[in-house]
Design a protein around this ligand. Structure first.
Ligand code: CMC
Length: 422
């Protein structure tokens, strides 16, 4: 069997053979044969926008690998910072490498006093934490103008460390501002996730101990969210970064893309949906409304996965471990019943709609004490190493600025009518 396609331009009879390599065909050959003819693919469903060695997922088989390592093995044997190292630098760290990396991150975790006073304090009292986070990340650009030197690998590395380090501090500050309690400075003696939980929940009077089961569970959640190839927010980070904008505004743009309920905002939307369904016996009614097109089953479906999302399976198991400490989330029964009904229903089966990573994560976050407004912020903390790894990879590839074509559907040329005659 020949691994190629043949394209023929029937207007001219010219034809070209394009090899199929790793399931893709190069657009250069298309352009040579058909200048001025573009592939119309508005949601990029059939377009590969990047060559990347970071993350591989197969939606039919239902697997996810970071730099070749299966997500299940990473979930079992690594922590979030090890995975961040893997994504950014290509390999899991040795023990000394991990210690040095964790130290570097801990040293960069604090944020400037002016940040609290002048920027965070400027938001409305009820500002959504995700809006605060996206704006705060963009504001970092003004504190670190040297980040604009995106052609220098050493400068890029420093900004990447800063961003991973400061995300929990910004996130916890956004929460503290929301609930009106004083900010807590990062503690370099604590590990990444324990430090975040402490900045979030330590009372003013002190005396706060993080339960190691909860710290490990949240760390695992960060790890599971760390990358997912060319999703909407990663593509946004790459697109903005392709103009050679600095990493802070590129990551801020990615936060904005993540915020939407079709993407990272789904974890918040799932919880609100479960709260609306309230009880086990309302599930059938709700599913009927989804099938009638009145509602969407949030936390279900995925552009790429046409099988059970492997992250959802790991999260389902994690939820039980967390509930042993926190007590069972009363909405768990509604979620389990919803999953059971959907997976037995032809509407969902025929469309290959399965639970995704956002279906169970919100239940865990809520049981750990996070308000719903913080859920997507937690997703963002986890995803930052992935965004940065793709941004950095793109800049090492001599990439061109992202600039898709469009199919123009507007008016043909027409004269302007003077304002009094319109
Ligand atoms: N509930 C009900 N029907 C659905 C759902 C859903 N959650 N998702 C897809 N469908 C239907 C859709 O209506 C369409 O039906 P039909 O063929 O009759 O028109 C069919 O399934 C194919 O769906 P699609 O809209 O073409 O799928 P897409 O690839 O464009 O959208 C999605 C993917 C994730 C945006 C969508 O499944 C969705 O809105 N899910 C709910 C939101 C969600 O959970 N998002 C988190 C995604 S995973 C984490 C992340 O990436 O952030």
């Amino acid at each position: 069997m020949k691994e190629s396609i043949t394209l023929t331009d029937n207007r001219t009879g010219a034809s070209v053979d394009i090899p199929i390599i790793d399931g893709t065909v190069d657009s250069g050959e298309w352009t040579n044969l058909l200048p001025g003819v573009y592939f119309h693919d508005p949601s990029f469903g059939t377009t590969s926008g990047a060559a990347s060695a970071i993350c591989e997922l197969d939606g039919e088989a239902g697997y996810l690998r970071y730099r070749g390592h299966p997500i299940e093995q990473l979930a079992e044997q690594a922590n979030f910072l090890e995975v961040a190292h893997l994504l950014l630098f290509g390999e899991l760290p040795t023990r000394p490498q991990l210690d040095a990396f964790a130290d570097e991150i801990a040293e960069s975790a604090s944020i400037h006093e002016n940040f609290h006073k002048r920027i965070l304090e400027g938001f409305r009292d009820d500002a959504h934490a995700m809006g605060v986070l996206a704006s705060s990340v963009a504001a970092l650009s003004t504190f670190y103008p040297e980040g604009k030197d995106v052609g220098d690998p050493a400068v890029r590395r420093t900004q990447m460390i800063r961003l991973i380090a400061k995300m929990p501090t910004l996130a916890a500050s956004a929460y503290r501002r929301l609930v009106g309690t004083p900010y807590v400075q990062p503690d370099p003696d604590l590990d990444y996730t324990t430090n975040f939980l402490t900045m979030m929940f330590r009372p003013v009077e002190g005396g706060y101990e993080v339960d190691p089961v909860l710290s490990r569970a949240l760390d695992l959640l960060f790890l599971l969210h760390a990358d997912h190839s060319q999703n909407c927010s990663t593509t946004t980070a790459r697109t903005v970064g392709s103009s050679h904008a600095d990493p802070y505004v590129s990551v801020s743009a990615a936060c904005c893309a993540l915020y939407g309920p079709r993407h990272g905002g789904a974890n918040e939307a799932v919880l609100r949906m479960l709260e609306e369904i309230v009880s086990y016996d309302q599930v059938d009614d709700f599913v009927a409304r989804v099938k009638a097109g009145e509602r969407r089953l949030m936390g279900f479906g995925h552009r790429v996965y046409k099988n059970y999302d492997p992250r959802a399976q790991i999260l389902k198991d994690t939820a039980h471990r967390v509930f042993e400490v926190t007590g069972k989330n009363p909405l768990l029964d509604v979620a389990l019943k919803l999953e059971e009904v959907a997976l037995a229903d032809d509407y969902f089966v025929s469309r290959k709609l399965y639970p995704n990573v956002d279906f169970y994560s919100g239940l865990i976050y809520q049981s750990m004490g996070f308000p719903v407004d913080m859920f997507t912020v937690l997703f963002a903390i986890g995803r930052v190493p992935g965004w940065l790894a793709h941004w950095d990879e793109m800049l090492t590839q001599n990439s061109r600025i992202a600039r898709p074509r469009q199919l123009y559907t507007g008016e043909a040329t027409r004269d302007v009518v003077p304002i009094d005659q319109r």
